[in-house]
Write a protein that binds this ligand. Structure first.
Ligand SMILES: [Zn+2]
Length: 243
């Protein structure tokens, strides 16, 4: 960043254009940078480690969607000894943020009856967010969407949603039911193949898409519990038929 000492008032209130941005890696020349392994197209990320805050909250970059990936790994591990009756695919898909791409191709070759997107959601209850706009609250349990408002409004599969919701209710697991501005992989999964019934579940997090997203460990634990009980309870009687 340009030092504040020489920043003009007009510059101070503007976000620099991407072509004006640069990253200092300590190299003194192009050759030095190349010797360090830097090439055109080398990916970068925030070098921020997770930090534990008060009340079981954790700040970390990429909670979205490391939390979801970790939750499905925990769920798979829970069935390491005793497999569930249903066939379950645990998939870590790519490029959700830039167009829900990975989930669509993943499911193209799999003949599944339904799908669940395990994601994270922007939460309200931070000083600069009106709680009418984002009503999920960190610490009140994982969220279960009834719908998503992205480029178009998508109502989630009521059968899949109710299965997850009923699991949470039956086992007395805290959860929140809501709606989200923005989409998740459930949107695209419902439009791949012949339309796969899908719903979304995930942990709410504050400071969405920043290097200090904040989520609650208890929400995460409750998410893995709901997933585990939901999969455990699946048998041939489950149907996505509406009547
Ligand atoms: Zn996201």
């Amino acid at each position: 960043m340009k030092p504040g000492h020489i920043t003009t008032p007009a510059e101070a209130n503007t976000i620099p254009q991407i072509e004006e941005m640069y990253i200092d890696i300590g190299a003194r020349s192009r050759e030095e940078a190349e010797a360090m392994g830097v090439r055109h197209g080398t990916p970068i990320t925030y070098a921020t480690a997770p930090v534990e805050l008060a009340n079981g909250l954790v700040a970390s970059p990429s909670i979205d969607d490391r939390a979801g990936c970790t939750a499905i790994i925990h769920t798979a591990k829970a069935f390491a000894e005793k497999r569930p009756k249903a066939t379950v695919y645990y998939i870590g898909s790519v490029e959700e943020e830039i167009g829900l791409r990975g989930a669509e191709t993943c499911l193209h070759d799999l003949d599944v009856d339904m799908a669940v997107a395990v994601d994270t959601f922007p939460a309200g209850y931070q000083p600069d967010v009106n709680m009418r706009d984002l009503f999920y609250e960190v610490g009140n349990g994982p969220g279960l969407h009834v719908g998503e408002i992205g480029d178009r409004v998508r109502i989630q599969s009521q059968q899949v949603h109710r299965w997850l919701r009923k699991t949470a209710e039956t086992h007395g697991i805290p959860h929140q039911v809501g709606l989200m501005n923005g989409g998740t992989d459930a949107m695209t999964m419902m439009q791949t193949r012949g339309g796969i019934p899908a719903a979304t579940i995930g942990v709410p997090r504050r400071y969405s898409h920043s290097p200090v997203e904040v989520f609650s460990l208890s929400d995460f634990e409750n998410l893995t519990k709901i997933l585990k009980f939901a999969v455990e309870g699946l048998d041939a009687s489950f149907t996505t038929a509406r009547v």
